[in-house]
Design a protein around this ligand. Structure first.
Ligand code: HEM
Length: 214
């Protein structure tokens, strides 16, 4: 049997912990933030005034920038940087993948790249460049009112939703919550149903914003 030295052993240990931190951050706080973010923006379904007062409320929380950087930006940055390293390490040849699980593995990585582009675009145009509540609403509405803008926004949001829901499944497997082939297959159906429900939910939010007279 091949012996490994102490340095290789330490390396394997630190890899294990970094992978676990990466995995945990995908749910706490990033996944939780994603769900709250969608929930708050569901106010757009009610109408312009409801959505505007929710955005006003979010923007007027004292020291919100500290929470945004500490609880959202730094965890996403860590997850994304290590995530890119994992994408780089992956052997991505889809034609070699004939099994459902392998396709999900490839899709998790493809959606990671789309999510990165989407999040960077979203933060620049809706958070950094938009200074008032009206700027935020107009930035979103104007993009969604063009067919190309709507399709690109939908691809970004749906890729993020898939990455999160499929990630929830792999998270539960990684942390040893789901044991056995049957339980994992059932959980996979549940997370894909959740993915479908969240895709429909986000489609309604985006369509409602696109119809706003702003
Ligand atoms: C809204 C943003 C994001 C959320 C909610 C999220 C969530 C998750 C979750 C829950 C997992 C599963 C962890 C596990 O299997 O234990 C995961 C995995 C992964 N994420 Fe993200 N993520 C986000 C953004 C990103 C970004 C921007 C990247 C950039 C590369 C990325 C790259 C990855 C990769 C490569 C994996 C697979 C890890 C593996 O198979 O071991 N994620 N993500």
């Amino acid at each position: 049997m091949k012996k490994i030295n102490r340095q290789q052993q330490n390396h394997a240990h630190s890899d294990f912990y970094i992978r676990r931190i990466h995995s945990l951050l995908g749910i706490v706080p990033i996944g939780i933030f994603l769900c709250f973010h969608l929930l708050l923006n569901s106010s757009a379904i009610i109408g312009v005034e409801a959505w505007s007062s929710v955005i006003d409320g979010m923007r007027s929380i004292p020291f919100i920038i500290v929470a945004e950087i500490g609880v959202i930006a730094i965890p996403i940055l860590f997850h994304a940087v290590y995530g890119f390293y994992l994408v780089y390490l992956s052997d991505l040849h889809p034609l070699r993948y004939q099994y459902y699980k392998n396709w999900m593995f490839v899709l998790q990585r493809i959606t990671a790249i789309i999510t990165t582009l989407f999040v960077v675009d979203h933060v620049i145009f809706v958070r950094i460049m938009a200074h008032t509540t009206m700027d935020v609403m107009q930035a979103m509405a104007h993009v969604l009112q063009t067919p190309l803008g709507f399709v690109l926004e939908l691809i970004g949001v749906w890729a993020t939703v898939f990455h999160f829901t499929n990630g929830l499944l792999t998270f539960l497997i990684t942390w040893g919550v789901l044991h056995g082939e049957r339980v994992q297959r059932l959980a996979s159906i549940c997370t894909m149903l959740l993915c479908g429900a969240m895709c429909l939910w986000t489609l309604i939010i985006l369509a409602r914003i696109a119809m706003m007279p702003i």
